[in-house]
Design a protein around this ligand. Sequence first.
Ligand code: ATP
Ligand code: MG
Length: 567
Amino acid sequence: MQYRTHPVEENTNQDFIRDIIKTDLDSGKHESITTRFPPEPNGYLHIGHAASICLNFGIAAENDAATCNLRFDDTNPSKENTEFVEAIKKDIKWLGFDWNEREYFASDYFDKLHEFAVTLIEKGKAYVDTQNQEQIRTNRGTLTEPGHDSPYRTRSVQENLTLFDEMRKGKHQPGSHVLRAKIDMSSPNLNMRDPVMYRILDAPHHRTGTDWPIYPMYDFAHGLSDSIEGVTHSLCTMEYEDHRPLYDWFINELEVFKSRQIEFGKIFLSHTILSKRNLTKLVENKLVSGWNDPRMPTISGMRRLGYSAESIKEFCRRVSITRRWNTAEIELLEHCLREDLNNKANRALAVLKPVKVVIENYPENQVEYLEASNNPQDTSSGTRKIPFSREIYIEQDDFMEEAPNKFYRLTPGREVRLRYGYFITCTKAIRDPITNEIVEIRCTYDPKTRGGNSPDGRKVKSTIHWVSSSHAVDAEVRLYDRLCIDPEPDISDGENLESVLNPNSLETIISAKLEPSLKKAIPGNPIQFERLGYFCLDSEDSDGENNLVFNRTVSLRDSWNRRQSAR
Ligand code: ATP
Ligand code: MG
């Protein structure tokens, strides 16, 4: 598969579908436009759906003369439920789109669809087939072989009406009969070989309960639901191109409003898995903690990881809609995220893998409050005071006892700057006599360097972050990494899901030490832990100040700009 490149400076909101819509409005072909986003409530929305949402709701937002319906295509009660409906609505709202009162369900149209089916029977265009599933499949033929007519294809209209009525009344067992459209068993398009319109299903529906022992098939319900709603432009992904003749056939036979279907290429994302079928498996097989596991490419997972709605929308804008299948690089998504968080996120000091530093010449029991900028990108964000004292924590990685030349951070004899604080010089490291691990670092500080300023032009090569040990708050920090190592995980056989997952997609750190202001963190508010990355409070597992859990949303280093300049 070919990756498309997405130039960062690309700043257009236009695509071939928006062009068509503009033409249709300008020419007066349509006075107003209706699009719809039609999820099946059988899972949570993922980043590919976000692209479709941004397209359909985006068109409505950009044009005064356009509206977008939210329609749940809920024709398969065995896989659908209210949890999914509610999650989908929450995600669309969170992305910043609104369907106002235009919330519909295919199940709203069950009566109407049933009438349509009866009309087709009366016209001799639909029949009840009594072959079993296996026979129907065999007689359907293949891409190279035509199908065979069912022996029940010539049933009389009256017999069909009677049987279908009995099906409707629940007098037949699941699998004993189906209603099929009478089209053409030798059509080169398999979708036209007498597709099933209705099946008997003994499954309560999340909205219609046990009212219906029969349910319409997706292909029968979908196009006609668009028609009922007066959808002018029905935007769907390429795999429905071959279904369009069937949707048109139903529309023509029933002489009802015709929507124009336009297909576009699905959006995929590298280093992840994006089909609901496989995401469902991840959840059901407990390979992740749930649909909103922060590693999932679902909107809810991304939200929990710390993604902003703006960054997702910006990503969708840059990927743009084309006729081609499009795998976007996750680096682009992360780039959009960093751009947004860099402006929004307040800064904080946090030490993930702490080692204690004792500043020998700093008075015991003294505490002073140093001023720190909340966000250098945003002067209105103000400053805060962070406590400083004789004992602090720094990152283990910021110290080396025997350092190579290129190591500019703390090592015996070296002076470094503490962020917002003083210059400190390391005198020695103390090791545990038994384990030989470094348990404490000894330093001195220069009182004339308060605020990190050099009194005499003296230079230090690095600035490190820290927290005062007696003021620090404890936290668990979850370092998330990509769901899959391979940019294009091969899940073709559908059975090897576990083997494509990144075994190191989650590193849990339980010993993190944070500056006290982070006690007040709230989920959904991004925070940059200086030098470490963007983080946010976990919305599920945090429990106030008693149990702080932070997720790493994304590291600081942007690999997208580098990739672009290498191109
Ligand atoms: P999946 O392929 O992940 O199982 P789906 O197409 O079955 O998804 P639906 O609930 O039917 O899921 O999707 C709702 C809408 O989102 C449809 O119009 C579909 O075309 C669109 N959509 C789904 N996946 C993508 C994608 N990867 N890129 C763009 N649009 C998508
Ligand atoms: Mg679908």
